[in-house]
Design a binder for this molecule. Structure first.
Ligand SMILES: [Zn+2]
Length: 140
């Protein structure tokens, strides 16, 4: 499968069986996967969106109180999901083109993407338990 590096965003081809072995990136030699949410700009986003892991997106902004309150929940879910998905954070202040492309009208907006295509979204923060449930429903 193809995975975009959590650090340099270069695409790596890797045997799915090896995902659990904390593989390193062939380009930057850092761990390919991160257990923490990855902040992305539009080019990094494109790399992840054209790779094979499902993406969980958090569209947020630094001035948005509910976004900041939700951040630790998103982080915990990323740690819990491990290598099953990549959790990406999109700062809508800095990445307005991405926000426009996905028609983001309110933040936070949480979204699941598979192979670059939107599967589902939620507008507004969810309580931790509900967010975990939502993530696991999406990941199967
Ligand atoms: Zn890398």
């Amino acid at each position: 499968m193809i995975i975009a590096c959590a650090h340099c965003h270069r695409k790596n081809r890797i045997d799915e069986q090896r995902l659990g072995e904390a593989p390193n990136c062939g380009a930057c030699k850092q761990p390919l996967l991160s257990n923490l949410p990855i902040p992305v700009n539009s080019s990094a986003f494109s790399a992840h969106a054209s790779a094979d892991l499902p993406l969980i997106l958090d569209f947020w902004a630094p001035w948005c109180g509910p976004c900041l309150q939700f951040a630790p929940t998103f982080e915990k879910a990323a740690v819990a999901a491990g290598p099953k998905a990549q959790f990406l954070k999109i700062n809508t202040e800095e990445e307005q083109a991405l926000a426009a492309r996905f028609g983001i009208r309110s933040i936070p907006t949480l979204m699941v993407l598979r192979q670059g295509a939107e599967v589902t979204r939620v507008a507004g923060a969810l309580p931790p338990g509900e967010f975990m449930k939502w993530v696991y429903q999406q990941l199967g």
